[in-house]
Design a protein around this ligand. Structure first.
Ligand SMILES: Nc1ncnc2c1ncn2[C@@H]1O[C@H](COP(=O)(O)OP(=O)(O)OP(=O)(O)O)[C@@H](O)[C@H]1O
Ligand SMILES: [Mg+2]
Length: 486
């Protein structure tokens, strides 16, 4: 990373052609004095701090003793060529912005320079604005890269191994497995388990504790995207590949390059795409939609499903060969009711964390009756449901105790919906009934029962996930106990 003590002398005094750009520290490497002078005059006018070198060796001296942000590097130098200097600079300071200048436009030099890490390439004679724009773009790209890396580190801090709570024997075994897959950079992991058990969380923990942590974690929920768009979302498309493809677009596997791609709800991936995913996993190669060349990337694939994938394979809805590919490291995450010891621990943890979040003076304790209630209930929505129940209890509960009546958990958790047809009919009283309100309540109830899982709530209501999302937005229920899925 290149740091530079910038003078704040007069950031406001920028030349009329130049949009506001923070002054930078720039090295001009150029043997022709006239060009050097012209560049220096223009750049100092924009308040940049400029130093000059007329040879490659002097340039390298200066680079090692100063914190430049940008190097403007002539391709033809008296003692060496620009690419050799570029290579040296990049080996010392991989993040430094280097812009190559050359008198002749040669595609092969340009390609080579960019491959070696040059930010841009300008051919002489150039006009000054061209150089200024090039510097500005390179600095902006640099700033964005630094910002992304900072955010990624910050995000990663939430996903240490200790983010996964639980001390039950099942959980301890699970944690051991997670640690061992984390240490290998590319094992393909399949997470299986019902909704709300922590599959997303585990995928992130694997990524953020692996050698890939500084690279992207990209998540795609196979059910959240229309089947016709899924392939282009995943593998990208070339311009003109289909009617709406006005631009070339990178797919998520390309965006994830170096990092991890998390394919959520893989059990719902259409068969046509399964074949392409299989090829990608086998050969690490893919084509953009409408593309004719094979591209390759280095990503770890983690997939997850809450459906019985074995059954899907048996019925032919899921390719067996793909299943084996995805399942090289199988991780089964059991439902919460099978981890009795963890229920109480998680409940207490969520009570604590929500009371801190809502700025309560102290976390409420659960009464013995409330604890009993929590232990008895069978938690169909698993940890997500428990989390939501505790959030509500802390938010709505008054005092420093959580009693059974503060826990909004339904019946014995086994009772089917109470709204039988005659029950619904009875809703229409003398004054009629607000149909919208009934709908709102049903949507809310479906979300509650599924612990906020939109896919499952939509299934309960026999509507599509898009139709559900539309209603959640309409009723202002988004974010209220709903899980952000894609
Ligand atoms: N062991 C755990 N410790 C702490 N928090 C957990 C644990 N397991 C799950 N959670 C939390 O519960 C919520 C639901 O978990 P997550 O989204 O990972 O479930 P999931 O298995 O991916 O569900 P779905 O199949 O519906 O996508 C998240 O807020 C997650 O952080
Ligand atoms: Mg999930």
């Amino acid at each position: 990373m290149v740091h530079c003590a910038l003078s704040n002398r007069s950031a406001q005094r920028t030349g009329p052609q130049t949009p506001a750009m923070k002054p930078a520290s720039i090295l001009i490497v150029e043997d022709e004095k006239l060009i050097r002078d012209t560049l220096r005059r223009r750049l100092t006018r924009d308040d940049h701090r400029v130093q000059e070198a007329d040879r490659g060796d002097r340039a390298l001296d200066l680079v090692s003793n100063n914190a430049f942000e940008v190097v403007l590097l002539d391709y033809r130098l008296p003692d060496t060529d620009g690419l050799a200097v570029l290579r040296k600079i990049k080996s010392l300071y991989p993040d430094m912005v280097v812009i190559i200048m050359t008198a002749f436009s040669s595609v092969s030099i340009a390609v080579e320079a960019i491959r070696m890490g040059a930010s841009d390439f300008v051919t002489k004679p150039f006009n000054m604005d061209e150089i200024v724009v090039s510097i500005e773009k390179a600095l902006e790209a640099q700033r964005l890269r630094e910002e992304v890396s900072r955010l990624r580190t910050e995000e990663g801090q939430h996903y240490g191994f200790d983010a996964l709570l639980g001390e039950s024997p099942v959980m301890m075994r699970l944690k051991g497995m997670i640690r061992s897959v984390t240490s290998v950079p590319s094992g393909t992991v399949l997470l299986q388990g019902p909704s709300g058990v922590g599959k997303d969380l585990i995928a992130k923990i694997i990524h953020y504790n692996s050698p890939r942590a500084k690279m992207p974690f990209v998540n795609i929920t196979c059910t959240a995207i229309a089947e016709s768009l899924l392939e282009s979302e995943l593998f990208g498309h070339e311009r003109g590949a289909f009617t709406d493809a006005r631009e070339q677009k990178k797919g998520l596997v390309e965006i994830a390059d170096g990092g991890t791609i998390f394919l959520d709800e893989i059990g719902d991936m259409p068969l046509s795409l399964q074949a392409k995913l299989l090829r990608f996993l086998e050969e690490r190669k893919f084509r953009r939609v409408g593309g004719t060349v094979d591209l390759s990337v280095d990503v770890r694939v983690i997939s997850a499903t809450n459906r019985m994938i074995g059954e899907l394979v048996a019925t032919g809805a899921f390719r067996e060969d793909l299943f084996y590919r995805l399942n090289s490291v199988p991780i089964m995450v059991p439902p919460l009711k099978d981890r009795q010891g963890d229920i109480e621990l998680l409940a207490v943890h969520f009570a604590k964390s929500f009371s801190a979040q809502f700025r309560r003076p102290s976390p409420p304790a659960l009464t013995p009756e409330a604890l009993e209630r929590i232990r008895q209930y069978h938690w169909p929505g698993n940890v997500r449901e428990l989390r939501n129940v505790m959030e509500r209890a802390v938010l709505l509960g008054a005092g420093d105790l959580i009693r059974p009546e503060d826990l909004s958990i339904g019946g014995d958790g086994l009772t089917p919906p109470s709204a039988s047809v005659s029950g619904v009919a009875a809703l229409i009283g003398e004054k009629g009934v607000d149909l919208q309100e009934v709908e709102r309540q049903l949507v809310e109830e479906a979300m509650r029962r599924t612990g906020g899982n939109q896919t499952r709530a939509a299934r309960l209501l026999h509507i599509s996930r898009d139709q559900l999302r539309y209603r959640l937005e309409k009723f202002g229920l988004l974010g209220k106990g709903s899980q952000a899925e894609g």
